[in-house]
Design a protein around this ligand. Structure first.
Ligand code: SF4
Length: 222
């Protein structure tokens, strides 16, 4: 597959793992490029999203624009309400600012557990990771076997630059999160994401108050 265009790679993946492939989108610009390729080619790949309950209004707008443009199903996974209610009742709505432990707890409840539901029974998980997004991500490969989750992971735009993604979005008139025009490069939950200056690390706008450590919620930890 390595030398094929990305859309052909996606077709091959959809054929090999027919009915057992899921793509998880957070409506970031990379994800929107992949969503376009899947929906535009009618590929039998499930498109899913994790609604943490703490997303930006602009993210929901991007979701809605995508829904309106393609008229295709995007499966939404919410956090378990018992766990989320317990955490917020006991620790308040901004517990993640007070310790890394709390932050990881929140990411686990709002992202990791719902992700595991989205991946249940799947053989291949597609995501919009690019190698140049962070050191952690540059150590990954464009297709990998995940021994913990017992599935393949495939990153269609792994070798694309940010400019490649922007060009694709423009050329194909793909809806995108307007926050990208305001200095947000990696967009997650509203309280945990901020805009970055030109030249700053791609992931530096995420959990910026934490000293050092890997800027990942755990979904893609290597
Ligand atoms: Fe919670 Fe922030 Fe993680 Fe979102 S990014 S799940 S609000 S800690």
């Amino acid at each position: 597959m390595e030398n094929k265009p990305v859309e052909d790679q996606l077709k091959t993946i959809a054929e090999i793992f027919r009915g057992n492939v899921v793509f998880t989108s957070s409506f970031g610009i990379e994800d929107q490029a992949i969503t376009h390729m899947i929906f535009d080619n009618n590929l039998p790949i499930e498109v899913a999203t994790l609604d943490t309950g703490r997303l930006f209004p602009e993210t929901y707008k991007a979701f809605n624009e995508t829904y309106k443009k393609y008229q295709k199903q995007i499966i939404v996974y919410f956090p378990d309400h018992d766990a989320a209610e317990k955490m917020v009742t006991e620790k308040g709505p901004f517990s993640f600012y007070y310790s890394r432990e709390n932050r990881l707890e929140c990411c686990r409840i709002r992202k990791l557990v719902p992700l595991n539901r989205a991946l249940k029974g799947k053989e291949c998980w597609i995501s919009g990771i690019r190698a140049s997004q962070s050191d952690n991500r540059s150590q990954m490969d464009w297709i990998e076997w995940d021994e913990d989750k017992k599935l393949f992971k495939f990153y269609p735009v792994f070798n694309w630059s940010f400019e490649d993604v922007e060009k694709f979005i423009k050329e194909n008139n793909v809806p995108y999160n307007i926050l990208h025009d305001r200095g947000f490069v990696s967009i997650g939950c509203e309280p945990c994401t901020r805009a970055v200056e030109k030249g700053e690390d791609f992931r530096s706008g995420r959990w910026w108050w934490e000293e050092g450590g890997v800027k990942e919620c755990g979904l893609h930890l290597k």
